[in-house]
Design a protein around this ligand. Structure first.
Ligand code: TA6
Length: 293
């Protein structure tokens, strides 16, 4: 009589693995029974989040490369330590220096249905001199991301930033954003005119808006797939909503033939009037939690 076979242990432990990506750079794979996420050392950029049994929640350019100087379009680019054009010097890159820099993986964590990585960027010299950034990405059944800035200079620093998340949608014309009804926004396509949102945000043309404030929870309802993505933010003072539509997408050139139809940026940010004044020695954390139903 064979001894009773031990019951198969279901390995619920998360895993954190460094691998070489076919996109031409080193990435961190976070794996748990609930899903998988991929974080590039370039830009500390989350490139993918695929809950088990689901398609990728994030959209990524078909031209994404980690071995080129150009910022990767898609996933969660880190716009830091400024959002949009540099406030003083147009020669500096749009959306800051973090997304094209090589970050260092400095800590990891794995446990029961959790896997996490921490990456750091110490900016010495250049336009971010004296600012230190730390990003933590934590995968459970949800995806949590937190960006902490420390001002190591002796002067106050004006910080603008965004978790510039590209969400995958089945068809932008059948998607909408709930949670911004009644919110004031600056229309980037109309000279930053101040307007008020009425009802859900729907899409029928290029859309580029900085909503003032950050509701406790936003939902992207993807009519084409029936999936909903929920976004909660902390430390955020603005929400940016962007879709380039066909004409701007053709000018940008890295969204594929009609990628603009399958992406929607809803960004957890400190932008526009929501800039942060960071005193010497102070920290600020911008964080977002993503979940699906
Ligand atoms: O977040 C919206 C936005 O500021 C748009 O104006 C557009 O420029 C987009 O970011 C993408 O910027 P990028 O530099 O990544 O092409």
């Amino acid at each position: 009589m064979h001894p009773a076979a031990p019951s198969p242990t279901i390995n619920r432990l998360g895993r954190v693995t460094l691998v070489e990506s076919p996109l031409g750079g080193t990435v961190v794979e976070l794996t748990t029974p609930s899903g998988c996420a991929i974080v590039a050392l370039k830009g500390a950029q989350v490139l993918s989040w695929t809950p088990t049994g689901q398609s990728d929640v994030l959209w990524l350019s078909p031209q994404a490369r980690l071995d080129m100087p150009k910022a990767v379009r898609g996933g969660i680019p880190i716009c830091w330590p400024w959002f949009g054009a540099h406030p003083d010097d147009p020669a500096h890159p749009s959306h800051g220096v973090a997304r094209t820099a090589l970050w260092q993986a400095t800590a990891s964590d794995a446990g029961d249905d959790v896997a996490a990585i921490t990456l750091e960027l110490a900016s010495s010299g250049g336009a971010a001199d004296g600012l230190h950034a730390r990003l933590t990405v934590r995968l459970t059944t949800n995806l949590d991301i937190a960006l902490t800035t420390t001002n190591t200079t002796q002067q106050p620093v004006t910080l603008t930033q965004a978790l510039h998340t590209y969400f995958a949608v089945g068809d932008i014309e059948r998607a909408h954003v709930e949670g911004l009804d009644g919110a004031a926004y600056l229309d980037q396509l109309d000279g930053l005119a101040r307007k008020t949102q009425s009802g859900p945000v729907t899409f029928a043309a290029e859309t580029d808006r900085i909503y003032l404030g950050s509701p406790p929870r936003l939902t992207i309802a993807d009519g084409a797939s029936g999936r909903a993505v929920h976004i909660s933010g902390q430390g955020s003072t603005a929400t940016v909503v962007w879709n380039p539509w066909a004409e701007k997408s053709a000018r940008l050139g890295d969204l594929g033939s009609d990628g603009w139809r399958r992406m929607l940026c809803v960004e957890t940010a400190n932008a526009g009037p929501g800039a942060i004044q960071l005193q010497p020695g102070a920290h600020h954390t911008l964080a977002a939690q993503f979940s699906i139903t």
